[in-house]
Design a protein around this ligand. Structure first.
Ligand SMILES: Cc1ncc(COP(=O)(O)O)c(C=O)c1O
Length: 381
C-alpha cells in the first residue's frame, strides 16, 4: 500500500470526525496578547501561568548562556553535555522542591518516559489515575509492567486494586493538578494509602509547579508531604516559562535514574540557554516578585471563575461542551471574536468529553479577563 495514500485516508477520517489538528503560526513572544497567523488575539491557551516565558530575567539569562556556552549541548550529559549550568539547575530544583536531589531532563515527557520504565518492569504493577496525562500512560506502557487504572480520584477503587496485587512491586501514578480538568488529586490520602500497602507514589506536578504553595514549589510542598512522595515529577515548560522536565526525590533515586533512565542516558542534554532560563525562573519564583506574580494569578482566577463553583481553584478551567464538533465550533466563534482558547478533543480527553481549556495567567489584566467572561457568556447555548 502506498504510504501517502494510506495516511491521507487517515487524515480524511480525522477531518470527518472533527479530530484533525493543524499547526498555527505564532508571530510574537508568549503573553496575554499574541499575533497568530497575522491576527491579534487575547491568549487564554498557554501554560505560562506566571507570564515568565518572555520575562526579561529569563531572556537575559538565556542570552548570556547562549553567548558563553553556544547554542547546543553537544552530547548527552553523561558524555560531554553536562555544563555546570545543568548541575546548578539540578541543585536549584532540589532546593526548590526541598528534596535531597533532582535531575533535569529535556522535557517533562522525557522525564516520565525515562523514569517509570527504569523503576518497574515485567511482573510489577503500575496503577494510574484514569485522567493521567499521556506522558504517564506512555511511560507506564513502555515499562512493560501490568497496567491498572482507577476511576479518577476514586480511592476505594485504588485500594481494592492494591489489595489484589499485594506482594508485587507497585507504583501509584497520578497528577497533582489534572491537566485537562484542573481539579486536584487527594495527595494526603494517597500518601496514607501507599504507606498502608507498601506501594510507591509517583506524582506529576506539571501544573502545580510555580503555582501552588507559598514558595510556588507545588502542592506536595504546600501540604508538607515532601519525603512522603517517593517520586516527584515536574516540567520547566509551564509556569517556569522555559523548557525541560525534572524528577525530584532521594539522592539514591537520582543516582539510579542518571544510570538507568534511557531518555536521560541516550539523549542530547538541554540547550544551555534553556537551563539558564530555568535557573532564572526558579530564582524569580522564590523572590518577592514571584510572590506578587502568584498573588496576581490567584486574584485573576478568583475574578474569572463562577463564585458558586465548588471545584477547587486552579489555573486550568475546563468549559465542557461534549461533542468534538461543538467544541471546534465554539473555539472557532471565540477565535473570530479574537480569543485564543483551544478546543480539547479526543485523544487528549475521552470521546464526547470535548471542551474548551481556558488558562489564566498572572500577566492578564482585569479588562482582558472580563472580556473573555463576557464572550463566553454570550456564546449560543
Ligand atoms: C500533566 C502533564 N505532565 C507532563 C507533561 C509534559 O511536560 P513537557 O511539556 O515538559 O514535556 C505535560 C505537558 O503537556 C502535562 O500536562
Amino acid at each position: 500500500m502506498d504510504l501517502n495514500f494510506h495516511l491521507e485516508q487517515k487524515l480524511r477520517d480525522w477531518d470527518a470526525a472533527h479530530l484533525r489538528r493543524r499547526l498555527r503560526s505564532v508571530e510574537t513572544a508568549q503573553g496575554p496578547a499574541l499575533r497568530v497567523d497575522g491576527r491579534e488575539f487575547l491568549n487564554f491557551s498557554s501554560n505560562d501561568y506566571l507570564g515568565l516565558a518572555a520575562h526579561p530575567a529569563l531572556c537575559e539569562a538565556a542570552a548570556e548562556a547562549l553567548h558563553r556556552y553556544g547554542a547546543g549541548a553537544g552530547a548527552s550529559r553523561l558524555i560531554c553535555g553536562n555544563f555546570d549550568l545543568q548541575d546548578r539547575l539540578d541543585q536549584a530544583l532540589a532546593a526548590f522542591k526541598r528534596t535531597p536531589a533532582a535531575l533535569s531532563f529535556t522535557s517533562g515527557y522525557a522525564a516520565a518516559l525515562g523514569t517509570l520504565p527504569a523503576l518497574v518492569g515485567k511482573g510489577d504493577v503500575v496503577i494510574l489515575d484514569k485522567l493521567a496525562h499521556a506522558s504517564l500512560i506512555d511511560a507506564a506502557r513502555l515499562s512493560g509492567a501490568t497496567l491498572r487504572i482507577f476511576p479518577h480520584n476514586n480511592l476505594d477503587y485504588l485500594e481494592n486494586l492494591l489489595k489484589k496485587n499485594t506482594g508485587k512491586k507497585t507504583v501509584i501514578v497520578t497528577e497533582s493538578v489534572f491537566s485537562m480538568d484542573g481539579d486536584l488529586a487527594p495527595l494526603r490520602e494517597l500518601v496514607e494509602i501507599k504507606n498502608r500497602h507498601g506501594a510507591w507514589l509517583f506524582v506529576d506536578e506539571a501544573h502545580a509547579t510555580g503555582v501552588f504553595g507559598d514558595r510556588g514549589a507545588g502542592r506536595i510542598d504546600a501540604l508538607n508531604l515532601t519525603g512522603q512522595v517517593d517520586i516527584q515529577m515536574g516540567t520547566l515548560g509551564k509556569a517556569l516559562g522555559s523548557c525541560g522536565g525534572f524528577i525530584a526525590g532521594s539522592r539514591t533515586l537520582i543516582d539510579f535514574l542518571l544510570n538507568q533512565a534511557r531518555s536521560f542516558v541516550f539523549s542530547t542534554a538541554s540547550a544551555p540557554a534553556a537551563c539558564a532560563a530555568s535557573i532564572a525562573a526558579l530564582n524569580l519564583v522564590s523572590s518577592p516578585e514571584g510572590t506578587q506574580l502568584k498573588q496576581r494569578l490567584w486574584h485573576n482566577l478568583s475574578a474569572f471563575r463562577n463564585p458558586k463553583s465548588e471545584i477547587p481553584l486552579s489555573p486550568i478551567i475546563p468549559w465542557m461542551l461534549g461533542s468534538e464538533e461543538k467544541a471546534l465550533q465554539t473555539a472557532h466563534l471565540l477565535d473570530q471574536a479574537g480569543f485564543l482558547v483551544p478546543a480539547i478533543r479526543y485523544p487528549t480527553v475521552a470521546r464526547n468529553k470535548a471542551r474548551l481549556r481556558i488558562t489564566v495567567s498572572a500577566a492578564h489584566n482585569p479588562a482582558q479577563i472580563s472580556r473573555l467572561a463576557d464572550a463566553l457568556h454570550s456564546l449560543p447555548s
